[in-house]
Design a protein around this ligand. Structure first.
Ligand code: GLP
Length: 262
């Protein structure tokens, strides 16, 4: 099975995610690693920082690329640039993340610059992804083509609603994103999801129809993808739907809370 699903207890999520990412990057001398932001990977970045501090892991050879950036003010506290300054740059030895310039005068030229930089690095060896509640990867919203490339994309209403918790009335309408084509060309993919709020979309991505209406569903066509879930995010995969999707899910995690969450 090309797609491996790992399920852990919530307290083990950061370490399980770090294990998956370090495994994915191992064996490549200077891996090009696409990095996600958002709430989901926070525990991963903490676990990575701890392991590096303790001498158990190293990321100093990694060549990190942002996978997306909001189209708001450069350096706004809610921007991905600020997020990486807080959660990536604090990891000992971590190289600066190659990032989008959200206020570039010519968005097409900015997307082309970023795309060329990634291509010059040899493309992604590894990509770390979260998932939006509508099934997006980075800012590849539903409807994005399987072969889409780096671009400035419009944000879906549900993505803007989630972002407004931080951005408030300054919530951007667009964001730069690697395309699905570039993300799915990564040699290895690590997708993270935690919490009940992601259970429905995780089930849809892993067991529903594969297609652009749920961009994350394309992961099932990838040759080397690992999905790390906590028990809450895995709750929708227990009903046999996972079998329908052809995905092997570990069966030794506790039953759902029975509360009928979507
Ligand atoms: C944003 C980002 C994605 C991220 C997603 C989920 O829309 N563009 O890269 O994966 O949100 O965020 P969270 O982890 O906070 O749920």
């Amino acid at each position: 099975m090309a797609l491996e699903v790992r399920v852990c207890e919530p307290g083990g999520f950061g370490d399980a995610a770090a294990d998956a990412l370090l495994e994915a990057a191992s064996g490549v001398r200077a891996p090009v690693v696409g990095l996600a932001t958002g709430n989901t990977p926070l525990a991963l970045y903490d676990a990575l920082a701890r392991r590096v501090q303790q001498g158990e892991a190293a990321v100093s050879a990694w060549r990190p690329f942002a996978i997306d950036e909001y189209g708001g003010a450069r350096g706004h506290p809610c921007s991905n640039r600020s997020y990486f300054a807080r959660h990536w740059d604090s990891i000992p030895g971590a190289r600066p993340v190659l990032q989008f310039e959200p206020q570039a005068a010519d968005p097409a030229a900015e997307a082309a610059r970023f795309r060329a930089a990634l291509a010059a690095a040899g493309g992604l060896d590894v990509v770390l992804l979260g998932i939006g509640r509508n099934g997006h990867f980075a800012f590849n919203e539903p409807g994005s083509a399987r072969d889409s490339v780096t671009r400035l994309a419009d944000l879906a209403p549900e993505t803007r609603a989630a972002a407004s918790a931080c951005w408030g009335e300054l919530t951007p309408r667009s964001g730069y994103t690697l395309g699905l084509g570039e993300i799915l060309a990564a040699r290895r993919v690590v997708l993270l999801a935690d919490g009940h709020a992601k259970a429905a979309i995780v089930a849809r991505a892993l067991a529903g129809p594969i297609g652009p209406e749920c961009p994350a569903s394309f992961l099932r066509e990838h040759p080397a993808a690992v999905v790390v879930l906590d028990v809450a995010a895995a709750a929708g995969l227990r009903s046999g739907s996972a079998q329908a999707g052809g995905i092997a899910v570990p069966g030794d995690f506790p039953p759902a809370d029975g509360g009928g969450h979507p």
